[in-house]
Each structure stands twice: as C-alpha cells, then as structure tokens.
Design a protein around this ligand. Sequence first.
Ligand code: ADP
Ligand code: MG
Length: 317
Amino acid sequence: MEKKVAVVAIGGNSLIKDKAHQSCQDQYQAAKETAKHIVSMIEDGWEVVVGHGNGPQVGFLLQKAELAEKMIGLAVSPLDVCGAQSQGQIGYMLAQNLQNELQRQGIRKPVACVLEQTVVDKKDPAFTNPTKPIGGFMTEDEAKAKVASEGWTVVEDAGRGWRRVVASPLPQEIVELDAIKMLIQSGIVTISIGGGGIPVVRNADGDLEGVAAVIDKDFGNSLLARQLNADLLLISTAVEKVALSFGTPEQRWLDKMTLAEAKTLLEEGKHFKSGSMAPKIQACIWFLEAGGKQAIITNPENIGRALKGERGTLITA
Ligand code: ADP
Ligand code: MG
C-alpha cells in the first residue's frame, strides 16, 4: 500500500500557550497535547514529518547568552548555533512526547529528530534589508558599539530601545532532505525543519556555513512538503480556521478555498496579516502550485476533525 505522507508544521502555540506559560514544564505540557493529535494521525495511517517554530526559544537563548556575556564575559553563541540549540531542546520535547503517546496507544513506531540546515541564497534581497528583530533591547550606545564591533544592523523600536535586526531570506535547499526521505520511507516518525531550519549558505568553495538570519517556519515546511511530494501540508496554529478580513467587523471564517482563490485573496492584502497568516497561505500556495493536492490550516485540537473535512480550512489545488 502506498504511504500517505504529511508534513505537519506546528506553531508557537504548540509549545508556548501564552506569556504566563513559558517555562520548560509548560512547553512540555503543550507539546504533550499536540503529540496526542499527531499520534491520532499516525493511527489513521499517515507517515508524519513534524516541523516546528522556534521564535521565542531562540529569543530566550540569545537573551541568556547576551546577559551572560555582560555579567561574566561568556562568549555569545551566534544565531545559527542558537537555532541548532532550539532544534535540540524542542525536538527532545516533541520526540519524547510522541514516543510516550505512541506507546500509550500501543503503536510500535520509532521516532527520530533530525537536526536540519536550510540553505539560503547569500544574494537574497532580505540580506540587504534585514527586518526581523532578535535578542534583547539595548541602549543607543550599546547598539552602536555592536554595529562597530560585530557589524550588526540595529533599529530603534518604537521608543522601547534599540534592537538587532536580521534577514529572513527564502529557504532554497534542505541539506538533510535525503536523510529525511529515508526515515519517512522506513516508517520513522520524523521531527525536522525546526524554526524553518538552521540558516546556512554555501561559500565560494561550496562548503556550508552558518549565517545570521531567521527562516520562516511555514516556508521551510512548505519546501520540505514540495520536495517530499507529500500528500498533505498541515499547518497547526492558534486558530481553528482562516478568516477573511481578519480582525475587522467583516471577518468571515473560511471552510475551504481553492488555490486560485487563495492567490487572489492573498493579493488583495487585507485578509491575512503579514508575519502570521500571510506566510501560511503563501506556504500552502507554493505547495499546491508544485503539485500538492491539499493543505489544511487548523489548531492542534481540531487536526483529526479537519482531516475528515469537519473543521479547519482546507485549501485544494
Ligand atoms: P504560529 O506560531 O502558528 O506561526 P502566528 O501567530 O504566526 O502563529 O500566526 C497565527 C495567527 O495569525 C493567528 O493566531 C491569528 O491571530 C493571526 N491571523 C492573522 N490573519 C489571520 C486570518 N486571516 N485568519 C486567521 N488568523 C489570522
Ligand atoms: Mg508564525
């Protein structure tokens, strides 16, 4: 029997529910709930690759490192290394929860987490115009000193202080693609594409090299879904459905849309907020344009019902 392959991209809310629940225990609990819903998919016969966001976690790691540098002179880990650390800690929580839930359900299926690097183009226009704030707030003097010593780009953030900004380039290549393919073909539940991947570039010798950037996790997971020829891209986030005119009196929840409709609505600009829903819709569009059959956007608790067409927003080719 043909395997059905799904790429499931889980959002920040599968780990951090709100500001009051940011501890490791809270994240573990949230991951446990999401793991239950992913295991139900596995029970229904899906081979699943789980991708995840890492924004707050990378932010925490970087702020801890910056404080430790100020206080005791420890060297700050570069952003790509923080990305790798976040894949390790989040991957651990997801893997253990998936293993525990599979065992509770009596399903014998291995779980593996793949540390994953995503190649971006050095010439991506995002590098000439970095926009993603990262790390802690600084005074103007601290910020200017970092510009001089580290070559950072910094911006003044609405009167709250100065922050470093980095590029968010488009993902081009998944370095561990063949490894992920082999795992999925062997029936191994795979966790990968954490935070869109550790951003790397190819240098003049063709070698891989870490780069200070962040990759959109929805774009990274869309690229994986395309390269695996997955049957489904499922984006799990904090809302059950996608809305039109989100946050306005005209707001209307959508059960489904076609690829053509999604493209028109995205172009209209007023429906999906940039930085949150717009990249998810774009990720689904790229997947369907490349031959994908269906994409679903819903929240963790409705994954099962969304797969039966009862909840969530379905986007079809
Ligand atoms: P994630 O961590 O899952 O990537 P984001 O916060 O980036 O989550 O994106 C999901 C959020 O997008 C929703 O919780 C919602 O507040 C917001 N959003 C923006 N536009 C829309 C829309 N048109 N329909 C539904 N949600 C939207
Ligand atoms: Mg997001």
